[in-house]
Write a protein that binds this ligand. Structure first.
Ligand SMILES: Nc1ncnc2c1ncn2[C@@H]1O[C@H](COP(=O)(O)OP(=O)(O)OP(=O)(O)O)[C@@H](O)[C@H]1O
Ligand SMILES: [Mg+2]
Length: 254
């Protein structure tokens, strides 16, 4: 099983949208996939048709209380895609984990029993570099950084990659950067083209060719509890996430 984390401490950059639709794209490509929602907002879980009443037991109980992971995993609206839901109980994660010995490896250890059940686990991280994200980077083989092509994101990207390097130095082996994903690109703005080119120029092949443009269908899909493929398979958003999935499979060689 390969584990891929979607990481950016900046909020609203498309981590959840990308986690959900990459996971669904991998299922469409015939892989067995688990999506683990590590965000207290539970957005990934709600996007896949779970109700608020249905979010626990989930990742909070598994990570914070040692609840058996298999009992917390359930199916989603997508056949072949399972989820470990996220809930408000994750809000206390930093506080609870800070007192735990081996606090960085709790998630990695918790995933051990299901390693044979899936080809991929996709981790949707919260918008912070707290202990949940540190756990994700420790458990994951790879991480993807979604960034919106605007000036402040560019600043943030440099700081984020530095911070990830520091975390990795602290914990030994950790996830490698699989790629930078340009998201929510809005070409009605002049800066989009400019900043997008700067990021591509500077990070070169680390930037995925696939680019997720602003797309109304991507914004609408979660309110129907559907992935972009089930909501509007012919949309530009679906096509972009199909292309991303292909690139991910190619980069991981799986
Ligand atoms: N390509 C897109 N086109 C249009 N809307 C999008 C696109 N990607 C994401 N969105 C919307 O933008 C908002 C933020 O996206 P998302 O929740 O995926 O970001 P996030 O990084 O997970 O946010 P958070 O940091 O709060 O967890 C959501 O309302 C989502 O539906
Ligand atoms: Mg999110």
């Amino acid at each position: 099983m390969k584990i891929i984390a979607l990481v950016n401490n900046k909020g609203g950059v498309g981590k959840t949208t990308s986690a959900v639709n990459l996971a669904a794209g991998l299922v469409a490509a015939g892989r067995r996939v688990l999506l683990a929602d590590l965000d207290a907002q539970g957005s990934a879980s709600l996007s896949l048709g779970l109700t608020r009443a249905d979010l626990s037991p989930g990742s909070a109980e598994v990570i914070l209380d040692g609840h058996p992971i298999r009992e917390a995993i359930r199916p989603t609206s997508v056949k072949g895609l399972d989820i470990l839901p996220g809930s408000m109980a994750l809000a206390s994660a930093d506080l609870v984990l800070s007192a735990v010995a081996g606090r960085e490896v709790v998630l990695k250890d918790a995933l051990t029993p299901i390693r044979g059940d899936y080809d991929f686990t996709v981790l949707d991280c919260p918008p912070s570099l707290g202990l949940l994200t540190v756990n994700a980077l420790t458990a994951a083989d790879f991480f993807i950084v979604p960034v919106t092509p605007d000036y402040l994101s560019l600043e943030g990207l440099v700081n984020l990659l530095d911070a990830v390097e520091r975390i990795k130095k602290g914990i030994g082996k950790a996830a490698g950067l699989l790629g930078i994903l340009l998201t929510l690109a809005d070409y009605r703005l002049n800066v989009t083209e400019e900043i997008g080119q700067m990021i591509r120029g500077y990070y070169g092949r680390l930037v995925f060719k696939a680019e997720i443009r602003g797309n109304v269908r991507l914004k609408e899909a979660p309110s129907f509890g559907k992935t972009i493929f089930d909501y509007d398979n012919g949309s530009a958003g679906a096509e972009a996430y199909r292309q991303l999935t292909k690139e991910v499979l190619k980069r991981i060689n799986k």
